[in-house]
Design a protein around this ligand. Sequence first.
Ligand code: HEC
Ligand code: HEC
Length: 224
Amino acid sequence: MKITKIMVSGLSLVALMVTIGCGSNEVAKTEVAKVASQLATPNITEESLGLRKTNLYAEKAETEGDMAKYSKDVTGASTKIARAFENAPPMIPHDIEGMLPIKINSNECLTCHLPANAKGMKESMPNLTEIPASHFASFRPATAIGADGKITKDGKSVDNTSDLLTASHKLDKLSNSRFNCSQCHAPQSQVDPLVGNTFSPEFSKDGIGSSNLMDTINDGVDIK
Ligand code: HEC
Ligand code: HEC
């Protein structure tokens, strides 16, 4: 309503000024009355601006959102969710009750998903996906400033910070930037979508159910 008001008032003010400029008091009065009635009945309501169709100033029962319904299927008995697009972080299909929050000394996700652990776990949970190679890599070149004040990236002297594009370094452990799994992987709640999805992804072979990021990340990149 506020935006509409400002727009209506702005335009009307110009109209008023023009009219008053013409020197007719009667016309000016009519204009004022017109503006007042426009302000009283805005043609764009706040309710029509958002996804929520109830009064924005009232938190009544009819405004409550849908209850989040997460999967209760236990690990090993859940059905994987198709990726949203090629190399999208997969959604978590199983119950994560008791696994969060991830703490510095306790990350239950690793118990099953860390490749070293997953090998044995797969006997009882054949669909278990191992943490991919991309999570055991750093995508940032080691950057430093030498004694001469020059920037070095991965030991090479560069003039500009964007001069050296290093696609990845293999790490011998899980990258710290991947420790907080729930930062990128989330469970999927079953709800009626507020807005329909018209996006249809194109997948490479197997891309709908698995990752190929480490094989394709250099595609189209000219690494110096
Ligand atoms: C007890 C073992 C176990 C634990 C703990 C566990 N998972 Fe899983 N996870 C699985 C299994 C098994 C699957 C495959 C689906 C199935 O069989 O239920 C899976 C599937 C997934 C998937 C989907 C993979 C794909 O290819 O689509 C993601 C993402 C995931 N888990 C993330 C997590 C995160 C994040 C945590 C910690 C909050 C976690 N998991 C904890 C066993 C586990
Ligand atoms: C910074 C975001 C991010 C974090 C943090 C992260 N992931 Fe991922 N994950 C991704 C993305 C993006 C993909 C898909 C592309 C790829 O493989 O890198 C993925 C893919 C996966 C897959 C599917 C692998 C496959 O072969 O299909 C599993 C399983 C997984 N992650 C588990 C985990 C677990 C467990 C953690 C925590 C230890 C974690 N991830 C942390 C972003 C993340």
